[in-house]
Ligand binder design. Sequence first.
Ligand SMILES: [Zn+2]
Length: 251
Amino acid sequence: MTQQATFHFYDRLNFFLSRRQRNQPIRYDFDRRASIKDMVEAIGVPHPEIELLVVNQSSVGFDYIVQTGDIVHVYPDYEAMDLPERIRLVPPYEGRPRFVLDTHLGRLAAYLRMLGFDTLYRNDYPDDALAAISDLEKRILLTRDIGLLKRSRVVYGYYVRETKPRKRLYEIIARYNLLEQAIPFRHCLRCNGNLAAVEKANIREQLPPNTAKYYDEFHQCTVCKQIYWRGSHYERMQAFIDEVMQTNGKG
Ligand SMILES: [Zn+2]
C-alpha cells in the first residue's frame, strides 16, 4: 500500500530541489521500508549537507525509518531549531578545516592553499579515492558531483554551488568561516607541501638574476622545492588576500 510523508527542506538545501519544489512542502510517496537518509537522498539532497533532522517535533538520526504521515524537517544547521534533545548527525569538525577537492576545482584548490589551508587536489583522483581520503583523513570533500557526496563514507562534504573560481572561493570562505583562520604563505600553491624559510645562500643559483639582487627573504616548499619570495608571488598573493579580506568574503 502506498504511504506518504511530507518533507520540508530549509535554506541552502533548497538548491538541490527543482524550482517548483523549493520552499514548499514536498509530499513523498513510498511503498518500501526506508531510512530517512535514503529518502532525503532520493529526493535529491546529499546527506553531508544535513545537520539536523526533525520528525514530528523530535530530533532523529539518519537511520530513522520513515512512517506514513510523518512530517519531516530537514536543516543544514544543527543550531537551526531549539529542541530539548538534538541528535548530532555530523560530529563537530576539530581544528583548522582541511580539504580534499574533486577534479573540477583546481583553481579553488590554489586559492585555499593561498589562504593557508591544507588542501589536497589532483586532476586524476577517482571518486573512490576522494571519498576514502575524506573519510580516513577527516577532510572536507568539496565537489561538483552530487552522487559522490551521497556515498555513505563521506561525513564532511559540501557541494560547490558557484561556477566562477573567485565566487567559489567567497562561497567556501563564508560556508566555513575561513577568513578569521587564514594563515597566508603556509602551503605551496603547486603541491600543498609546507613552506619553510630558506637561506638565500642555499638557493641563490636557482634564482633569476634580478630576484637574487633585490630580495633577501625566501620560502621554499619542503616537498616540490618551489621557491617563493616577496616579488611577484608574494605581492600577487598579498593583493589577493587583501581584496578577499576587504570584501569580507562576500565577493
Ligand atoms: Zn610544492
